[in-house]
Design a protein around this ligand. Sequence first.
Ligand SMILES: [Zn+2]
Length: 386
Amino acid sequence: MAAPTVDLAGQLLAGGRVVTPDGVQEGAWVALAGERIVSVSASRPALDAPVVDLEGAWVLPGYVDMHMHGGGGHSVADSLQDMRGAVAFHRRHGTTSTLVTLMTASVEELSEQLSWAAALTRQGATSQGSVLGSHLEGPFLSARRCGAQNAAHMIAPSLQVLQTLLEAASRSLRMITLAPELPGALELIAPLRAAGVIVALGHSDASYEQAKAAIAAGANHATHLFNAMPPLHHRRPGLVGAALESDLPCELINDGRHVHPAVIRVVFDTLSCPLLVTDAIDATGVGDGRFELGGQLVEVRDGEARLLSTGSLAGSTLTMDAALRRAVQESGLSIERASAAASGNPARVLGLDHELGVIAPGRRADLVTLDDQLRVERVMVGGNWS
Ligand SMILES: [Zn+2]
């Protein structure tokens, strides 16, 4: 087959252990032209381009994090600059695409934050990573399952408020987490789905029946499964049981604190679309100390963030590279399955698998290379190494 012979913007990545949808290709060649992947092959393709030696390194699609509140000292709730700073922090840990996640706040504050996320979404992929849109984790949540979120701003589901938030987001809202048992919650699901928004169940006290009713109405995602919801009980399966039975895409905070490694393994064996997320807060990567989170004080000790007032786990200080590493090293999953949960599955859930999340011809060259201990070595966004 004829191939371009000269492409000044091309690159040939040689010798990596490339994780593709068809399995790991050892010592493969990945050809890039500009920001796109052209081919993945066992032998050198006929492309005249500089060769980048990746001998022995794992080459994975860049991570896609659907649940990120901050990192590197930046909270996405503070300013447009901080939102950008948090995305850049996580890019250094291999996350090349992100849903900026906004925790419960006043409608006014949320509207402003949504407008920042909309501005970054319009920018598309930059060397700092790409913002795919926003995830509203609130304000229609159960105060009984608020976790580290500020219950003072949790409100009853309202079409009018939803309309205000959708307008502020100017089509960049991709997901909303709501508690389906709240009065009026089910009526929001159809309009949200019609607007192309993923309806995630979470921060909820829902019974199995209530959760199933929401799924029947169109809810299609579960936010950090097991956390901020009643545990799976054999006589009261609750939201966890409904989500697992319905094979919803389910987020897992795989930091070794929110979910046990054995449960991670069981969920991966149960679901067709498990998702690794960070739920990272601004304190991620900053070390121990006291921080403010959504108007409440959080103490981070040995990387564990807890609300000072209630002792609740307050998001995580997780990064996607560590989430993937734990899935392989602590839960014994193959790197292909862990990579799918960190990249391919979230891309599919977002309807973007034709564009990113896998290493295959035509996709954007968003890549992360790892050493044999699965530590990040290099990150590429749209063909640019950073
Ligand atoms: Zn969260």
